[in-house]
Every structure is written in structure tokens, then in C-alpha cells.
Design a protein around this ligand. Structure first.
Ligand code: GLA
Length: 350
């Protein structure tokens, strides 16, 4: 049984933020940075794991019964093994080597990249190299919810597993219908800049927003906020009213962005990014002083649009730069790359 190495990319969500768990629309793409996991079969009935980028921290647990209670990367490894086993996937005793190029808490979805790489490597080693990707995304999301304690939606895992090179993925979370949308940037660039403030989805305002959205949906008698009517939302007390307004506006902006991308109208994309940020800040209260300062700095530097990306409450800012705008020193260019994959076997060096 030769080792299997899988790569899970992080993602940038071009637009459509805090809509996934509200049955709405998002438009993410996979990036080149991500997490790599090599799974090697070992004797016995254990899983051993080592995280190279975390000073070689290690874990070991029973394949058949991974213990709960870990609060760091170990929760992902244990959770993935437990959920895959629980879903009936035959797994084998394994050594997992984890290495990544994505900072945790960056808003570029290091968590989903790790879950997805673990899933593909564990399944691949056990002989399943072509699993149902949507089912795997759902399983990864359960790990996030039940093992890590972040009530996140399906955006990150779906983007990591199902994106295609050079395209954004329009996802309708009401139906899980997906459409690839070409991103023709010509000489424009998409960049991310770290706000310097890390976020934790498990402890930050994220779960609070989810609870508010659930409450608003219940009061309006709809199963998700994307089904709400604007005139009904207006009857809700603050802040619930603003939360619904954000979701409805953001869904509309996703399709306006799809139209702008098809028309190759990047100025319009920039304006939509700005509008998304204003909504996340003013209606969703998901921004922070550090994020605001970063957005302002990018706008001052000439960005056509800039917005917080991912769960918010810190993390990264995404900006769109026209060709004549210089790249700020700490900006990192992101390009739409392929989705998660098993890497070809290393050539035998002997
Ligand atoms: C995080 C979550 C996603 C999504 C975004 C906000 O990235 O993991 O499920 O809710 O925040 O759009």
C-alpha cells in the first residue's frame, strides 16, 4: 500500500459572505495555498499524526474510537477519522503527516483545507481515490460543527473540494446547485492583506450571528433567511432586521458579480466588493478596527474594491487592483486554482 498525499486548497470567497448558512449564494474560488497531508499505512490499530508547521506537534489515538476533547488541530484529525469511520468508510491504521502554507485564523480557510486534505488522504489510502465530493464536504462540515465547535456552513469545504482552475464557483446553498464562473482578470489582480487580527470561528461573534439568523428566520416563519421578504424583515427589531437585510442584499450582489464577471467589467466587481464590505460592517457588525484600517489603507492605495473575507471579526481583507495600481508591500496575490486533489506519487528516487 503506497502512501497517499492529498492537497486541500484554502479559498477566497469573492463575494457572498454569511449567506451559506442562510440558504443563500456565494462565489468562492480555491487558491494555491493550502494543506498537504500524507497518509502512510502502519501496523496496529492506531492513527499517529504529526503537524510539521506546528513545531512537529504529535497525536496518537485509536482508529476505531478517536477521543473527543482536543481543542487544536488534533480535533480535526480525530474528527475526520471518527466521522469517516462512522459513515462506513473502511479506514486503515495510518500515520498522517500534515504540512501547510496557510496561516490559521487567516480567513482563507485553513480549517477546511486541513479537513479536506485529511479526508482525501485517509480515503485514498483505504482505496477510495474518487469519493463523492459533496458528501465529503458535508462530512467535513460536521467535523467543524461537532468536533471543533464552530457552527460554520458548507462554503469553505465545498469551495476547497469542488472549485475548478481559473473559475469561481457559484454555489446556491438552498439546492447545492453549483456553476463555474470564469474569472478573467486580464492584468487586474486580486490580493489579500492580513489585518493582523486572527479570528476564531469557534469563540468569536460567528456563532452569535448564526443564532441571530436562526432567531430571525423563526420569527419570520421561513426555514432560511434567503426566503425572507424584505418588507417582512423590516418588521423585525434591531439587530435582527439588519442581519436579514445583509443576507438579502448579499445574495443579490453575488448574481450581480456573476454578471459583471461574464461582462469582464472589473470596475463593477470592485464596486460590489465595496458594497459587500459596507453591508458586513454596518448591517452584520462583523468588522473590527483592524479590518477597517486595512480596508481603508487598501482603498487609499487605489484598490477598486476591498472587503473583509471569510467569517470576519479579524482575518484577511480581499482587494481588487487595477493594472496601474502598485502592489502594497504586504499584499499577497491570489489566483483561482484547482480544487482539492490527490497528488501523483513521488518518483522513486532510488
Ligand atoms: C466562515 C465559515 C463559512 C461561512 C463564512 C462566512 O468562513 O466557515 O461557512 O459562513 O465564514 O461567509
Amino acid at each position: 500500500m503506497s502512501p497517499v498525499t492529498a492537497f486541500g486548497p484554502g479559498r477566497v470567497n469573492l463575494i457572498g459572505e454569511h449567506t451559506d448558512y442562510n440558504g443563500g449564494l456565494s462565489l468562492p474560488f480555491a487558491i494555491d495555498e493550502g494543506v498537504m497531508v500524507t497518509a502512510t499505512a502502519i501496523d496496529g490499530d492506531q492513527v499517529e499524526a504529526i503537524a510539521y508547521d506546528l513545531d512537529g506537534e504529535q497525536d496518537a489515538f485509536a482508529l476505531a474510537d478517536p477521543p473527543r476533547g482536543a481543542e487544536d488541530w488534533r480535533a480535526f484529525a480525530r474528527g475526520m477519522v471518527a466521522e469517516l469511520g462512522g459513515a462506513g468508510h473502511p479506514l486503515v491504521a495510518t500515520r498522517l503527516e500534515i504540512a501547510g502554507t496557510l496561516a490559521q485564523g487567516s480567513g482563507l480557510s485553513s480549517s477546511a483545507a486541513l479537513e479536506v486534505a485529511l479526508g482525501l488522504a485517509l480515503l485514498g489510502l483505504a482505496g477510495d481515490r474518487d469519493p463523492d465530493r459533496l458528501a465529503l464536504a458535508r462530512l467535513c462540515s460536521r467535523v467543524e460543527n461537532d468536533w471543533v465547535g464552530a457552527q460554520t456552513g458548507l462554503l469553505d469545504q465545498t469551495a476547497s473540494l469542488l472549485s475548478t482552475d481559473g473559475h469561481a464557483l457559484r454555489i446556491d446553498f438552498a439546492t447545492m446547485e453549483m456553476t463555474s464562473v470564469p474569472i478573467a482578470l486580464r492584468d487586474w489582480r486580486l490580493v489579500t492583506v492580513d489585518s493582523g487580527e486572527t479570528h476564531s470561528l469557534a469563540t468569536g461573534g460567528y456563532n452569535e450571528r448564526r443564532a441571530e439568523c436562526a432567531e430571525a428566520a423563526e420569527r419570520l416563519g421561513v426555514s432560511t433567511l434567503s426566503e425572507a421578504r424584505a418588507e417582512d424583515a423590516a418588521t423585525l427589531p434591531d439587530p435582527l432586521r439588519r442581519r436579514v437585510e445583509h443576507v438579502l442584499g448579499e445574495n443579490a450582489r453575488v448574481d450581480e458579480t456573476v454578471a459583471a464577471l461574464h461582462a469582464e467589467d472589473l470596475d463593477a466587481v470592485g464596486r460590489l466588493l465595496d458594497a459587500s464590505h459596507a453591508s458586513l460592517r454596518d448591517l452584520y457588525d462583523a468588522s473590527t478596527d483592524a479590518v477597517e484600517a486595512t480596508v481603508q489603507r487598501l482603498k487609499d492605495a487605489g484598490a477598486a474594491g476591498a472587503r473583509m473575507v471569510g467569517g470576519g471579526f479579524g482575518g484577511h481583507v480581499l482587494a481588487l487592483l487595477a493594472p496601474d495600481v502598485p502592489l502594497p508591500d504586504d499584499a499577497h496575490e491570489v489566483t483561482p486554482g484547482p480544487g482539492a486533489r490527490i497528488l501523483p506519487d513521488e518518483p522513486d528516487e532510488r
